[in-house]
Design a protein around this ligand. Sequence first.
Ligand code: ASP
Length: 464
Amino acid sequence: MFRTHTCGELNKKNDGAKVRLCGWVDIFKDRGKLGFINLRDKYGITQIFVPGNVLDNIKNLRKESVVQVIGKVKVRPQANAKLKTGEIEVEAEEINILSLAEPLPMEIGDDKATEDTRLKYRYLDLRRPKLQTNLELRHKAILLMRNFLHEKGFLEITTPMLTKSSPEGARDYLVPSRIHKEEFYALPQSPQQYKQLLMVAGCDKYFQIAPCFRDEAARSHRCPGEFYQLDMEMSFVTQEQILEIVEELMLKIIKDVFPDKKLTFKKFPRLSYDEVMSKYKSDCPDLRKNKDDPNELAFCWVIDFPLFTEQTEEDFFHGAGDKWGPSHHMFTMPKEEDIILLDTDPGKVKAYQHDLVLNGFEVGGGSIRIHNAKIQEKIFDLIGFNAEQKKAFEHMLTAFKYGVPPHGGIAPGIDRLLMVIMGAKSIRESIAFPKNKDAKDLTMGAPSKVDKKQLDDLNIQIKK
Ligand code: ASP
């Protein structure tokens, strides 16, 4: 057996017990005739007293080495209140070095290390307790989402990662097919089309902790490459029902996982796009009462968005024409009373879009969907899809011919939601292995060049 206890559990009740502990050397003090180790694992730190005869065998020990300590628990004359295990220490009888660490490229928890160094040695940076806590909070939040939705009758269904390139707003990540020369898969920008098809299939209530891939520039609140959504879709649902279920879920996440946080509103205000734009000049208003309070959370809903926005360089909907792009995406249902304006004044058409906003960040968006092939085609035309682009969505129009329930959904962004709740400065704080600002995975060294043989298999030649 490697260990009888973790480094976070021994106390004076264990006095005299013979124990085995394993962990990382947080601190090593060699005082010549005796020594001390602060032994650390995920659960805590235990002080190890190292008598001279044991010390002689570990003179070469360095910080962050992994060791096994065999010894006896002793109550300390004076407890160290800073440690959970501060009532005791373990007097080592034997120390086995399981993995000797070389001098470290960065100190653990060193804020002076550059972000790229921290990302290259992410496994070292993740040893800092703050990031361990973030991973744990993320796990708890996701577990709660799963249990909550399961109890509400939702089914978690995984959808393909290798799918089809279609114009959905961002640039696609493409994956060349070996078997079908000159053809490509695309990684999904979101499971949007699949989840709608699941509604056509009669699944009624779907969710997925879904990775989404978008080739777009990094921002402090947006990771380039990939991110995770809590993707949801429901049949025979009204917009208000979607807002209510997400609101109930958010309140539960805050209450159970982040109990120190304070909500500005117990009931999230619903504000129209026109209202927030005129009052706050932003569609992501920050409604906190006291913006200096790191624990205050102000959720709100923004609804009644225009169906289309004029294309701008910085917010260009890839795939759509030069004039109009969809505010949300092209599957969003226009308000019934505005359908008549589609032909005459498309800029005035309002949509069943809903954005969840938290402290000035958009943390989720969704809509009631179009479930009528004719309206869907009209929207494709209005955003300037050519025949080929429309063809990319043919399967949706075909599916809509065979009985489609009215449906709608939303997809809160998990990384961003957690970043804002935790008050982290960067979205990377809530992700185990984030890409850097240039979309590189510095830990793995991706992207990377590949063998000529691999390219030949794919029938690909790199342009010089
Ligand atoms: N697929 C949408 C998105 O990624 C979310 C939704 O409409 O449910 O923004």
